[in-house]
Write a protein that binds this ligand. Structure first.
Ligand code: KG4
Ligand code: ZN
Length: 341
């Protein structure tokens, strides 16, 4: 084994992106993502179709990742893969592939928790990127997750709160659907929101104790509100689209910021690291910038490539686990539910 350079091949297949990456220590050499467009027509991810697409994509995606990295399979130190959480049929594809390749190459197999990977994405070495200092608070916000985590060290973290129902990205996407927008509507809501008045309409915020989240009630209240308004004016949505998007985004961002403020109060930690697709949202970015000025927070947002599902973030967990000799046995199985810690 080369002591200086650790080469990790990482595989991610938890939802609808098939991804493979090669890392040399904490540096990314390649990060290939094949996104599945097929789900757009269904307004959400269809698990059966996702597994089938992973089967088709996995070999070419891994091949491409190795080619871009200019690394031969024989140079690899270990294979890291997403064990969960996620869609079981999707996870099975990556898990089986990783096991077979590790067995074939006779190199260690390393299982990775997808949620831990979203957090460690902040540690992929990049120019101009500042890594958060421990301890810090991490908030992972995407179409599949909403989680608030206290991070003590690379591999030591505890969940402070999470969603009890929908993920925040789902709240954006379902609201967008009610407004007649295609899936995934989050980025479209964001674009319209920037032209609208966030105080035009008021939507109730959920009353969830502690640091947990809930977004399903918001969707219902938006639905009733729109039904009532369009009964009086069939053009209500078209006439008010920017203001509706701005008001919905304002409500969602407020929910996230209130929980973050409560977590800062509870822990006394002001370093906040954000990840997941919703980290692209202009509302949350502005709110964090404001909190840096007003409350002395330090906010960290990785490159967008590392916010959305990708294998480089699996690779960085693989790297830290490899250094600790945290290898997996071949009886390891994919798991749809998988808590951090
Ligand atoms: O991390 P991601 O690519 O996939 C997973 O869900 O794991 O996140 C996708 C989610 C979708 O719900 C999408 O609508 C949302 O992130 N999203 C946004 C924005 N960009 C992506 N939501 C609000 N504003 C955005 N700018
Ligand atoms: Zn994810």
């Amino acid at each position: 084994m080369n002591k200086e350079k650790i080469y990790i091949l990482a595989i991610e297949s938890s939802c609808d992106d098939t991804s493979a990456a090669v890392l040399c220590n904490s540096k990314k050499l390649s990060n290939v993502v094949a996104s599945q467009k097929i789900h757009e027509a269904y307004g959400g991810v269809v698990p059966e179709l996702a597994s089938r697409a992973h089967q088709q994509n996995i070999v070419p995606v891994v091949d491409r990742a190795l080619t871009i990295a200019n690394i031969d399979k024989k140079q690899l130190s270990a294979i890291a893969f997403t064990r969960g959480p996620g869609l079981l049929g999707s996870l099975l594809v990556g898990t089986s592939f990783a096991k077979s390749l590790s067995l074939g190459l006779n190199i260690p197999l390393i299982e990775v928790n997808h949620m831990q990977a979203h957090i460690l994405a902040h540690f992929i070495e990049e120019e101009n990127m500042i890594k958060p200092k421990f301890p810090f608070l991490a908030m992972t916000i995407s179409g599949g997750h909403t989680q608030l985590v206290l991070v003590h060290d690379h591999l030591k973290m505890e969940i402070l709160g999470e969603t009890l129902d929908d993920a925040v990205g789902e709240a954006f996407d379902k609201s967008a659907k009610l407004l007649g927008m295609p899936y995934p509507g989050g980025p479209l809501v964001d674009a319209h929101a920037q032209k609208g008045n966030p105080l035009a309409f008021k939507f109730p915020k959920p009353k969830v104790p502690g640091l947990n989240f809930s977004f399903s009630g918001l969707k219902t209240s938006i639905l009733y509100f729109i039904q009532k308004q369009t009964a009086a004016n069939p053009e209500f949505i078209t006439d008010n689209l920017d203001d509706l998007c701005a008001s919905i985004q304002y409500t969602i961002v407020n929910i996230l910021m209130e929980k973050l403020k409560a977590a800062v109060k509870q822990t006394g930690i002001k370093r906040i690291a954000i990840g997941g697709g919703v980290a692209a949202n202009s509302g949350i970015r502005n709110a964090l910038e404001q909190a840096e000025k007003d409350l002395g927070w330090v906010a960290y947002i990785p490159k967008f490539e590392y916010c959305t599902d990708n294998a480089a973030m699996i690779g960085i967990v693989g790297y830290y686990k490899f250094k600790d000799r945290e290898y997996s046995g071949y009886n390891i199985a994919a798991t749809a539910r998988y808590e951090i810690g």
